[in-house]
Design a protein around this ligand. Structure first.
Ligand SMILES: NC(=O)c1ccc[n+]([C@@H]2O[C@H](COP(=O)([O-])OP(=O)(O)OC[C@H]3O[C@@H](n4cnc5c(N)ncnc54)[C@H](OP(=O)(O)O)[C@@H]3O)[C@@H](O)[C@H]2O)c1
Length: 220
């Protein structure tokens, strides 16, 4: 269903049950189906009604499952759909910057359709000649994090050494590629053999293997 004509449709949702102190379990969330009217309510100034297309699962979301105070991002609301970043298509809008048919990325819900009221977290997608899923990756928050962290904060020069922890993660694997593109000497670490294999296929971490081999052979 893609119209914004006010039709009422079913809406499958992943609901966050309650704050989790220890390790997260599958039972801390559940799937339910509710209904939603595909129209922004009249009293919802600046609201946007979207069909979610891609949803991202990121490490920062774990912290939102704790009852944190004073964090840069609010905790999740128990009993509500999990909130996270995603790519969506606008079905109806009362926001001057978004119209029906636009594609956006930003904070949305783990559900088929969302009424987004916190529209300040949204970005309109202008370049659609790449897969839309890139906007939860290199063109979304992980990409922005990697770009700002590497070019604006770390800001190394060509030929310098760059070490990347969690190098196979969403952010780390981009930083590794930025560093290689800049002509840096890149070393990374990752927590499992599979992750290291993934990186070695990208060829930018062969140095890691040389060091690892040297350690194994007792050369270092
Ligand atoms: N993704 C985003 O959009 C985004 C945005 C803003 C900030 N960040 C922050 O950037 C960092 C990386 O994010 P990501 O999305 O790329 O994460 P990620 O790689 O998917 O997951 C985090 C990785 O960090 C490593 N790790 C976990 N605990 C660690 C510890 N105690 N010491 C050292 N390494 C540890 C683990 O990798 P190994 O097992 O391979 O070591 C883990 O898989 C996180 O701190 C995240 O909160 C991410």
């Amino acid at each position: 269903m893609e119209s914004g004509d006010g039709e009422v449709v079913s809406n499958k949702q992943v609901i966050f049950k309650d704050y989790v102190p220890g390790a997260l379990k599958e039972s801390d969330m559940y799937i339910t189906t509710s209904t939603i009217k595909l129209k922004v309510p009249e009293d919802c100034t600046n609201g946007v009604l979207v069909k979610n297309l891609y949803l991202s699962c990121d490490p920062y979301m774990r912290n939102r499952m704790r009852k944190l105070q004073g964090s840069y991002i609010a905790p999740l609301n128990p009993g509500s759909p999990v909130s996270g970043r995603g790519v969506a298509k606008v079905l109806d809008s009362r926001h001057p910057d978004y119209k029906k048919g636009d594609f956006i990325w930003g904070l949305t819900g783990w559900e088929e359709y969302s009424l987004i009221t916190a529209t300040e977290t949204l970005f309109k997608i202008h370049d659609k000649d790449v897969p839309l899923s890139y906007y939860i990756g290199i063109l979304g928050m992980p990409g922005l994090t990697a770009y700002a962290g590497f070019y604006e904060i770390c800001s190394p020069k060509k030929g310098e050494f760059v070490f990347i922890s969690a190098a196979s993660g969403a952010v780390g694997q981009l930083v590794g590629q930025f560093a290689k593109l800049l002509g840096c000497y890149v070393v990374g670490s990752a927590g499992s053999k599979d992750k290291v294999c993934l990186l070695s296929e990208c060829l930018w971490l062969f140095v890691f293997f040389l060091l690892y081999l040297a350690l194994l052979l007792g050369l270092l």
